[in-house]
Ligand binder design. Structure first.
Ligand code: ADP
Length: 347
């Protein structure tokens, strides 16, 4: 308890004791309730009881010092009044303290449960995000082995596969680090000025050799230089990969004979300087629900889905000061639009 609270409580107790030494003012013993109120909730129940007993003793001492003979009977009534008041306030303060302690205990239990839930979410998010680089590592390891097992081993191709394994391993490690930071709610600091066009192209290259790149045509960004953003490269890559994987799964599930997924990016100047990235596919679109609801965690319509992809995308985009929205594009297909602020000043 605070030093000043104790000092004030002691001061009030002494003052009340001195007042009650005056015969006409012995009913002022009720003012000991102020001492109880002052320390209530700031000390343990044991301390509260000790202080209450101290107040009662002071009331009795003052009473016996002041009263004798004829005054005794009227004084007893006043003493009983102030003792009753002190006891009632002590009981109320004790109950209040117990209620506060219970609430604090419950808050601690809840905080602990929250930490366990957060740990679960970290695990699920990592499992979701690391899946892609891990399958890329497996694919490159297999094709590297094939290049080496040829009658005339192609070392150049094998080295390329090793490079890709190295890059994807680093990416998986960076993803784990970022997901941990994101789930802890920490501001991600590892940000640099990024050339968005380069990041998008590198991300599409990362998907080379995967099922997606074999079956789907990805329209790369054309035209001049795209603007620069201030961001975390691994997170922006995760964002694009998640959206591309969703688009790929949508066209695969809908058995589209000529699947098309396009990625486009353009500067929009309303409300300041922003860049808009759009990922569009010709699958069957979002099913029977407001598209906003698909950004909630664990919202999935896929048998083996986790429902984390869009929720992670939203976290990434918002951490970069941007917005993300999804919509269906009649007659078929879906489009996700990400708007990110441009880096200031543009290099
Ligand atoms: P998951 O892919 O594990 O289901 P997501 O959060 O990435 O988790 O996606 C949530 C849901 O949003 C998907 O199950 C799917 O129903 C819907 N969805 C996402 N992207 C698309 C898309 N391009 N076309 C149609 N539906 C989509």
């Amino acid at each position: 308890m605070h030093y000043w609270t104790w000092l004030s409580a002691a001061g009030i107790a002494v003052l009340v004791f001195l007042i009650t030494l005056t015969p006409a003012h012995d009913a002022f013993g009720v003012l000991y309730t102020l001492v109880i109120v002052l320390i209530a909730g700031r000390c343990s129940i044991k301390t509260l009881r000790i202080v209450a007993i101290g107040c009662l003793v002071l009331e009795c001492i003052a009473f016996f010092i002041v009263h004798d003979g004829a005054l005794f009977n009227t004084g007893v009534a006043r003493l009983a009044l102030s003792i009753t008041a002190t006891l009632i306030v002590t009981i109320i303060a004790e109950r209040d303290k117990r209620a506060r302690d219970t609430l604090e205990r419950q808050a601690r239990i809840l905080a602990h449960a929250d930490r366990i839930k957060t740990l679960g979410q970290i695990g699920i998010a990592i499992a979701h995000e690391v899946n892609q680089p891990l399958s890329a590592i497996a694919t490159f390891a297999q094709s590297g082995t094939r290049w080496l097992h040829r009658p005339a081993p192609d070392l150049k191709e094998a080295l390329y596969c090793l490079d890709q394994i190295d890059a994807n391993t680093r990416r998986a490690a960076a993803i784990i680090r970022n997901v941990q930071d994101m789930t802890r709610g920490e501001q991600v600091e590892r940000r640099t000025i990024l050339d968005l066009r380069k990041v998008i192209q590198e991300t599409i290259t990362l998907l080379k050799n995967t099922d997606m790149s074999n079956t789907i045509e990805i329209h790369k960004i054309s035209g001049g230089k795209l603007p620069f953003i201030h961001g975390n490269k691994t997170e922006i890559q995760q964002l694009i990969i998640n959206l591309l994987m969703n688009a790929s799964e949508a066209v695969t599930q809908a058995h589209i004979p000529a699947p098309v997924i396009s990625v486009s990016a353009q500067v929009i100047s309303e409300k300041g300087a922003f860049v808009q990235i759009q990922i569009k596919d010709n699958g069957s679109g979002f099913q029977n629900a407001p598209t906003d609801s698909y950004f909630e965690p664990f919202r999935t319509t896929k048998k083996s889905g986790m429902g984390m992809g869009l929720s992670i995308c939203q976290t990434i985009v918002e951490a970069h000061g941007g917005t993300i929205r999804a919509e269906n594009t009649p007659p078929s297909g879906a489009m996700v639009t990400v708007t990110l602020p441009l880096a200031e000043p543009t290099p």
